[in-house]
Design a protein around this ligand. Structure first.
Ligand code: ADP
Length: 806
């Protein structure tokens, strides 16, 4: 091998083998160079190698040692080995470092070149880019490290530090920042390299890149920023001024993007596809660990909250074992609050069986529920459970629920009680119920009282609406006995008339209205008329305001009394007095006239004519006596002091005597009397019975002014003696049902001016009824009337002696 360097400008002078090798070197796609001769002078390199070197170009012909002195010690033995052994050797080697921080990795191969004499003369060195494989391997290693670290520690801070460290180690950015998204804010959690400006958090809807990347869920990049665009609020990053390239990769978790990593640089840096993908993979790997840590932190917080709830919650919770004893294994302070002062002081009931908490009956009840849950394995809820916890004898009330808790293989292991005390609630409700019952009782009492009042009571509220009426109101106004009453039912109450003028009372003057205005109205007599009736109803109305304790008027009580009957009686009495005075005056006047006539006739010596006048005076006096008798009896009966002097009385005999007397007095009438064969005896007051017969027979005569027959039939019908009195008089018009009422006179009597007071038939009925008998109108027509009278027969008359008068 020649030691002389070959002239570099004259390849034609080179050995053939070298020229071929140079051609090969230049033609290789992989970076390659060729060194020749004992000094390993650089004879050729290709384009690919030149690209690796950047703008500097090595001088051809210079020895390797001169060109790359730093690498020479490493390279020399490789070249010599290649020359000596003739075998190509490959060495893994670092070859270059780039701005983005990605370290290029090459495999370096040295192959021996022979000269034309087949002697070893040079080395062809080629480079193989191993970076992708290396990156792959690094990823795996880093992932492993992160996973182990994350598995070891779920501490969020530790994972963040680990992640940032490993990113920094791998990536050569000027600054790496990690952000997390929580509560609509994107927060800076840590930085490596140059610190970002002091903006620690931005809202998720902010324009800056970390927020955008998280929002959009993919990588965002601004890699050629002009200096001014990075300034101020509109800047794409939380940076001021110095950053010229930014790439933000979001962490994509199970629930979407939850954070991001930003890589920033001072120089513009166009991120290629491969580089971006590489960074995304790095972030993705770290994201998994970070998400685990986040989830762990969340569950820890949830657990802590649960613990706090268990420990300090309002609800008492306790765990019991499922043995026969039901021993308490665990409970919170809330449960202790439920079990009474005694145990509260103890501070714990752990280890105590159920039995120790309650009195016997309460224990039995609770135990039954525990037993039921143990048997059935079903949840039981008790809504209102009274229990006595000694020493306090008062029952306390609980709402509680008992849950069976199972082992993994399904066996019942524990019972969990959750309970709240509702004593106040229950006692409160009981008090309200008691009050309500008392109020109801009082209301009932009140209603009973006003229901019993004979007067109608109407209660109205301040607006004048009716709130209450009693039964008497319903009776007076003819309303339904029960059920709601509408305002329409009460129209008669509001349509009152003044009896003096007959005019309607104005609305504002109605007693209720006046009471609402504070006035007290006492017994005002008013007229009204019920719907569908033409008869006037006389009312005595009073009204009083109802005042609250502060004396405001809350409503009014109106009392209504139906005084129609009183009014009618009053009128009857007036009518009667005028009739009676007229009736008494008539026979008295004519008796006096007759006596004066008799006196004058005696003076003239006309004895017989004087006697006739005296007889007429006697008749009138007799009529007067009867009228007075009637009046006296009327008074006696009305005041209930009519006494009967009863004795056996031969009714046949009495009737015969009366008829004989009538025959003498009334010549124009023909009297016919039919008697049974055996005399009929009754037990009666003969004077009163005579009065009755006088009345009925007298009417028969009086109301047949044209004379005619008056027929009297006395018959025995079983235990009764019946007397029929028939006349051929004027008859009684329809509506004679009131014939036997006091002061009643039918239209026939008034029309034709028959004298009388309307008392006779009433008296007759009273007297007969007091004897256990009856009287009725058997028949009537314009051709005459038939009256019937009945008295109980006395079967064994005692000829003498008097029975006690009734
Ligand atoms: P008075 O004093 O009016 O006769 P009474 O009580 O005896 O009273 O009779 C009541 C009314 O009954 C009479 O006013 C009359 O209208 C009617 N009356 C009674 N008896 C007869 C009769 N026999 N014929 C017709 N009307 C009678």
């Amino acid at each position: 091998m020649s030691t002389e360097p070959l002239p570099i400008d004259e390849p034609t002078t080179w050995p053939l083998s070298l020229r071929v090798a140079v051609d090969i070197c230049r033609g290789l796609r992989a970076p390659a160079l060729l060194c020749w001769g004992p000094e390993y002078r650089l004879m050729a390199y290709n384009e690919a190698f030149a690209r690796q070197l950047g703008p500097t170009r090595p001088r051809l012909g210079d020895p390797y040692e001169v060109l790359w002195p730093a690498a020479w010690p490493r390279m020399k033995p490789r070249f010599e080995t290649a020359l000596r052994t003739g075998e190509s050797a490959t060495y893994g080697d670092l070859a270059a470092r780039y701005a983005a921080g990605i370290v290029q990795q090459y495999d370096l191969t040295c192959a021996r070149l022979l000269d034309d004499g087949s002697e070893p003369a040079g080395v062809l060195m080629t480079l193989q880019d191993r970076t992708p494989q290396l990156v792959e391997q690094r990823h795996r290693e880093r992932l492993l490290r992160l996973m182990t670290a994350a598995g070891r520690s779920l501490d969020l801070e530790a994972v963040i530090i680990l992640l940032l460290d490993s990113l920094q180690e791998t990536v050569g950015s000027d600054s790496i920042s990690l952000y997390l998204h929580e509560d609509h804010m994107v927060r800076l959690m840590g930085t490596r390299g140059e610190r970002p400006p002091d903006i620690r958090a931005i809202p998720i809807d902010d324009d800056r890149l970390p927020a955008r990347a998280i929002r959009e869920g993919h990588t965002v990049v601004e890699d050629t920023l002009a200096p001014e665009s990075a300034v101020g609020g509109s800047a794409p990053f939380m940076s001021q001024g110095r950053m010229r390239s930014i790439l933000v990769v979001p962490f994509l978790g199970r629930r979407g993007a939850f954070g991001a990593v930003a890589f920033t640089g001072h120089a513009p840096h166009p991120y290629g596809k491969q580089e971006t993908r590489h960074l995304e993979e790095l972030v993705e790997q770290g994201g998994a660990a970070l998400e685990n840590a986040l989830l762990y932190r969340e569950s820890i917080t949830a657990l802590a909250r649960l613990r706090a709830l268990f420990a300090h919650g309002q609800i008492g919770v306790a765990i019991y074992d499922a043995s026969d004893q039901f021993v308490c294994l665990e409970h919170n302070s809330g449960f202790l609050d439920l079990v009474g002062e005694h145990f509260r002081k103890l501070g714990s009931i752990v280890g105590l069986p159920l039995r120790d908490l309650f009195d016997e009956p309460s224990f039995m009840a609770v135990h039954a529920v525990f037993e039921a849950v143990r048997q059935s394995g079903e949840v039981v809820t008790i809504d209102e459970f009274p229990a006595v916890l000694p020493p306090d004898p008062r029952p306390r009330y609980y709402k509680w629920r008992l849950f069976p808790l199972r082992e993994e293989h399904g066996d019942l292991a524990y019972l969990m009680v959750s309970a709240v005390e509702i004593t106040e609630l229950v006692v409160g409700r009981q008090q309200i119920e008691e009050l309500a019952a008392r109020a109801q009782a009082r209301a009932d009492e009140f209603e009973a009282v006003i229901g019993a009042i004979m007067d109608g009571v109407i209660v109205i509220d301040a607006q004048g609406s009716i709130t209450l009426v009693n039964d008497a109101v319903r009776r007076i106004f003819g309303l339904r006995a029960t059920g709601l009453i509408s305002a329409a039912d009460f129209l008669p109450v509001f349509h009152l008339r003044d009896p003096a003028t007959g005019q309607p009372v104005p609305l504002g003057q109605l007693p209720g209205r006046r009471a609402l205005a504070g006035e007290t109205v006492l017994n005002e007599i008013r007229l009204t008329c019920l719907p569908g009736s033409s008869r006037d109803l006389w009312l005595s109305v009073s009204a009083t305001p109802l005042r609250a304790t502060d004396s405001t008027i809350r409503g009014a009580v109106i009392t209504v009394r139906d005084v129609t009957l009183d009014k009618e009686l009053e009128r009857e009495k007036e009518d009667f007095l005028s009739v009676a005075s007229h009736e008494l005056k008539t026979p008295l006047t004519s008796a006096m006239g007759m006596l004066q006539l008799a006196g004058r006739r005696l003076g003239r010596g006309e004895i017989e004519r004087a006697q006739a006048a005296v007889r007429e005076a006697e008749t009138q006096s007799e009529r007067l006596r009867r009228l007075i008798d009637d009046l006296l009896n009327l008074g006696r009966i009305q005041s209930g002091i009519l006494t009967l002097e009863r004795e056996p009385l031969n009714l046949s005999e009495l009737t015969t005597a009366i008829v004989s007397r009538l025959r003498l007095a009334h010549r124009r009438h023909h009297f016919y009397l039919a008697l049974p064969e055996a005399p009929i005896w009754v037990y009666a007051d003969s004077l009163r019975i005579e009065q009755v017969f006088d009345n009925v027979l007298g009417n028969a005569v009086k109301y047949s002014p044209a004379g005619g027959e008056v027929r009297i039939d006395l018959e025995r019908a079983g235990p009764s003696a019946v007397t029929y009195v028939r006349d051929q008089g004027i008859g009684i018009p329809a509506g004679g049902g009131k014939l036997f009422e006091r002061f009643y006179r039918a239209g026939n009597a008034n029309a034709r001016n028959f004298g009388g007071m309307g008392v006779g038939l009433w008296l007759s009925r009273q007297i007969l009824e007091q004897h256990g008998g009856r009287i009725w109108l058997e028949n009537t027509s314009p051709l005459g009337s038939v009256f019937a009278m009945v008295l109980p027969v006395l079967d064994q008359p005692e000829p003498s002696g008097t029975l006690d008068a009734r």
